[in-house]
Design a binder for this molecule. Structure first.
Ligand code: C6P
Length: 407
């Protein structure tokens, strides 16, 4: 059996300058990692080093600074590719998951007709709903949903995928339920029906070793900022056989092989999809974030965060008058959404903030799912490998205190 390296959390926490500060006079307990993760010094240094020593545009300059920036930017494509077991030319840098999914909806939309359908699930983030809704409005295609069961898992016995399904796009991990969806199984159903299979990896890639070949995905979208990288840098992976055939959706500098007064031809992938000056320091810092994650080991991160989530689940279940959403245990990770019965989640979050605890409250950009769950909003505690059981204990104690205030 493979040995998983134990993480030295105290040592790790020292790498994150923000974690040692006080908020409202209390030690910061950052439990909003699904919204965005904190950044280690190594990533912050990668950004400052770029601006201090080789700030320059890429793919244009002959001078030394430009050459170094270009080399580092190219290396960043390679680093991301290796991280998910893809090839360098299959990695397109975007701003975030949202932009990656929109790019797909525009580019793939060209081949969709009113006879076709697109399948998503009831647990999607707005970023994996609205681009497809808009595509269906443009083309007359039908948008279908895979339903979720009472536990917060997908009902795969009754999927609406059929021979007219052209695209299946699903979240790997739900940002509300924490459910880890069986992507390989869904890939199989999609491919049997000759549909393209897209995975929204925003909440999985930071936590789970994602191998695009293993999960047989055609496209994968994720964001740098949820995995220690800066905001404004995201990734779209696509199988090269598809990317080569697809049309770009943004036009301008950097994405052409030739331009005349009348027409233009496109550069090879991935440049064809990366029009304009890219987020150079973002890509370089994302590569640095990946180095940091790899150094800890994705298996170690996954195992630690899963254990911590199980522990948090046990602590929260000990509270009275709490509703917890999603599977109780097993196929879930990294986050727990809940409501204290009779107390608005915004009030809960505000009182927790007074204790130095950062959680998210609201609809989590998943309003259709809120409807299915029969609620308007929830509170969500989300974890990363620098969180501790002591922090979870403090969260549980603070929630009891909140209940006391509202008695
Ligand atoms: N969810 C959350 O607090 P962007 O904003 O493009 O980096 O990521 C969008 C996105 C797409 N899919 C899933 C499953 C997500 O969770 C998110 C971002 C954050 O839950 C911000 S709303």
């Amino acid at each position: 059996m493979k040995q998983i390296k134990q993480l030295d959390i105290e040592k790790i926490r020292n790498d994150f300058p923000i974690l040692s500060q006080k908020v409202n006079g209390k030690n910061l307990i950052y439990l909003d990692n699904s919204a965005t993760s904190q950044k280690p010094q190594k990533v912050i240094d990668a950004i400052t080093e770029y601006y201090k020593s080789y700030n320059s545009n890429v793919h244009r300059a002959i001078h030394s600074l430009g050459e170094k920036a270009t080399l580092k930017f190219e290396e960043a494509h390679e680093k991301v590719a290796k991280f998910i077991n893809a090839e360098k030319e299959e990695i397109i840098f975007t701003r975030n998951t949202t932009e990656s999914l929109n790019l797909l909806a525009y580019s793939l939309g060209k081949n969709i007709t009113s006879k076709d359908n697109v399948v998503i699930t009831e647990m999607e983030h707005h970023s994996n709903i609205i681009p497809w809704q808009q595509l269906c409005k443009r083309t007359g295609a039908e948008l279908r949903y895979i339903k979720i069961d009472k536990e917060g898992k997908l009902d795969l016995k009754n999927t609406p995928i059929d021979n007219n399904t052209k695209i299946v796009s699903i979240a790997h991990v739900s940002n509300v339920l924490g459910t880890i969806n069986p992507v390989k199984e869904i890939a199989n159903i999609a491919h049997k029906n000759k549909a393209l299979f897209i995975v929204d990896g925003a909440q999985s890639v930071p936590h789970i070793k994602v191998d695009v070949k293993d999960i047989e995905v055609d496209f994968l979208a994720f964001s740098g900022h949820k995995m220690l990288g800066p905001t404004g840098i995201g990734v779209l992976y696509g199988k090269k056989e598809y990317l080569k055939k697809m049309n770009p959706v943004f036009f301008g500098g950097g994405m052409i092989s030739n331009v005349t007064k009348e027409d233009a031809q496109w550069a090879d992938i991935p440049n064809k999809f990366e029009a304009g000056t890219p987020n150079i320091e973002g890509a370089i810092a994302l590569a640095s974030a990946i180095e940091y994650l790899e150094n800890l080991g994705m298996d170690s991160i996954n195992s630690y965060v899963k254990d911590l989530t199980t522990y948090a689940m046990k602590k929260l279940l000990e509270l009275n008058n709490i509703t917890i959403y999603g599977p109780e245990n097993g196929d879930r990770t990294a986050l727990i959404s809940f409501n204290l019965i009779g107390i608005h989640p915004h009030d809960v979050a505000q009182l927790l903030d007074k204790e130095g605890i950062a959680v998210r409250a609201g609809h989590m950009c998943a309003k259709p799912l809120m409807q299915v769950m029969d609620t308007q909003s929830v509170c969500r505690a989300s974890f990363y490998f620098y969180n501790t059981k002591q922090e979870v204990d403090f969260l549980a104690d603070s929630l009891k205190k909140v209940q006391g205030v509202f008695k």
